[in-house]
Design a protein around this ligand. Structure first.
Ligand SMILES: Nc1ncnc2c1ncn2[C@@H]1O[C@H](COP(=O)(O)OP(=O)(O)OP(=O)(O)O)[C@@H](O)[C@H]1O
Ligand SMILES: [Mg+2]
Length: 244
């Protein structure tokens, strides 16, 4: 069984059909890129998977359970974590406190009250900050970070609590070429314990880090397969040429 399976997803907003039978299947430890032209429904599909939007029709399964109608909160507890285009960093808090809050939000009340949490939480915060090359500025306010560092902090926060699936919607938007390269480096080790669905417009970036790709066009899947399969697809080449 795949880790995540979204099938027949329809999402209607008033008169507009944003998703028209879209599907996405992601395996364990798989990095999956979701690409397609502006307005093709990528963010809406991510939201239907995360529970931020309810699909009009269709089914989302995660770790062998039907989660289609579950709240984002319950999905998060089941091991799904997301970072959307809008920031969730609290700028006046330190990096340390931002990650600590993210961790605490995912720990159960039992853990917080009874376990040897303080030391354990401290270790986890520092580990996450080190992993994302932010440990040197752990006690600076998040507002002092560069745009790229702020995105890395958000990814670190989304990974706090060890999710099985991370959803990232355009994490490299507004980054420099060097920041994009570093983002790829920082994400690669995540594959050991977590799958990823990533929406990106930068095709070089997505080719570098993803195992499989799904291409959306007007709310439907145009193609889904390994990176070489998608690169060889005539219909995919056409939509990207049409855009150029
Ligand atoms: N909450 C909403 N209400 C009404 N229409 C919406 C809503 N969210 C998205 N849409 C519409 O649904 C379609 C798909 O939007 P979506 O944001 O999913 O596309 P996208 O592929 O993520 O685009 P982009 O590459 O620009 O981020 C668009 O026509 C958009 O205007
Ligand atoms: Mg989008």
């Amino acid at each position: 069984m795949p880790l995540l399976e979204a099938a027949g997803i329809v999402k209607v907003f008033g008169k507009l059909t944003a998703l028209d039978g879209a599907a996405l299947t992601v395996g364990e430890n798989e990095f999956h890129g979701l690409i397609g032209p502006n307005g093709s429904g990528k963010s809406t599909l991510m939201k239907c998977i995360a529970g931020a939007e309810m699909p009009t029709q269709g089914k989302v399964s995660f770790i062998n359970s039907d989660i289609t109608m579950l709240s984002p909160h319950v999905r998060a507890r089941a091991g799904m974590s997301l970072k959307f285009q809008i920031t969730s960093v609290l700028p006046t808090l330190t990096l340390y406190d931002n990650v600590l809050l993210a961790l605490q939000a995912r720990a159960s009340l039992f853990d917080l009250v009874f376990s040897r949490t303080r030391g354990a939480l401290h270790e986890q915060v520092i580990t996450m900050l080190r992993q994302f090359r932010l440990a040197d500025c752990a006690h600076d306010a998040a507002a002092t970070l560069s745009h790229g560092q702020q995105q890395w902090l958000e990814i670190a926060m989304a990974l706090a609590g060890k999710p099985r699936l991370l959803l990232l919607d355009e994490p490299t938007g507004g980054m420099s070429i060097e920041e994009r390269r570093v983002t790829g480096e920082l994400l690669r080790p995540v594959k050991r314990h977590c799958s990823l669905v990533i929406v990106e417009h930068d095709l070089d970036f997505i080719r570098d880090i993803c195992d499989r790709l799904t291409v959306l066009d007007q709310g439907r899947v145009l193609a889904s397969g390994t990176v070489p399969e998608i690169q060889a697809s005539k219909s995919v080449q056409e939509i990207y040429l049409r855009r150029a």
